[in-house]
Write a protein that binds this ligand. Structure first.
Ligand code: COA
Length: 208
């Protein structure tokens, strides 16, 4: 998993498999979509993002971490802090983050992006329901964290999650910080922190 990550603030798409070259225009169209691609999201992806999010959360808790407007806002303001996993052009999993500038996450972090900050607030990680329990959530999170390591200034990632997902994030290297001040409806959360280690570390170890 040693893909090169661009030194520009944006993630250039990278493919796990080279698209096939075929002669007929129809087949060519069919095969130009890469089998698997990771890239930053744009506002044009907001509807696909929200479809996955709505299915994942509304049916379970009645609440979505981000409304469609908030998705659009964050993908407009800080697309470089998002990552989508596309298979054959279809979004199968995504992460949306924004900048934050305080030690812990506060309610206002749910709707705010602080530019040029050292902390990324991961608002949501979600995998399409047909693709869960296949390792995709863990793989996307790992790639995202490796990518963040290469962005200048960033020092850590914070998120809040329900208690039952604490082991999932611990396996990815997050440490539990304790109960969060954030609530959504009747839901309460644990705050988790991941140290990104700094650019010098990233340059030495992951070819930024
Ligand atoms: C949570 C989520 C992102 C995990 O992605 P995934 O691709 O399904 O997970 P992976 O296959 O990489 O890893 C599986 C591990 O995730 C954890 N996990 C996933 N869903 C879980 C759940 N509902 N309850 C408890 N643990 C869960 C478990 O540790 C599991 O390991 P196990 O099968 O050995 O118990 C995905 O299930 C999802 O999108 N859920 C709905 C949205 C959500 O809750 N997002 C997280 C909060 S922002």
């Amino acid at each position: 998993m040693a893909e090169q990550v661009s030194s520009s603030p944006f993630l250039r798409p990278f493919f796990l498999k080279t698209p096939l070259r075929v002669s007929s225009p129809l087949r060519q169209r069919r095969h130009t979509l890469p089998a698997s691609e990771f890239r930053n999201l744009t506002p044009q992806d907001a509807i696909s993002v929200f479809e996955i999010e709505r299915e994942a959360f509304i049916s379970v808790s009645g609440e979505c971490p981000l409304t469609l407007d908030e998705v659009l806002n964050f993908l407009g303001q800080c697309p470089e802090l998002s990552m989508g996993w596309f298979e054959e052009g279809q979004l199968v999993a995504f992460i949306i983050g924004s900048g934050w500038d305080k030690e812990t996450l506060a309610q206002e972090a749910m709707t705010t992006h602080i530019p040029d900050s050292q902390t990324v607030h991961i608002h949501v990680l979600s995998v399409h329901r047909h693709c869960r329990q296949q390792g995709k959530g863990s793989i996307l999170l790992w790639r995202y964290l490796q990518y963040l390591r290469c962005l200048p200034r960033l020092r850590r990632a914070l998120l809040v999650c329900e208690e039952f997902l604490v082991p999932f994030y611990q396996k990815a290297g997050f440490k539990e910080k304790g109960p969060s001040a954030i609530t959504v409806g009747a839901l309460s959360f644990m705050e988790m922190e991941y140290q990104l280690g700094g650019l010098a570390y990233a340059r030495r170890n992951s070819g930024c």
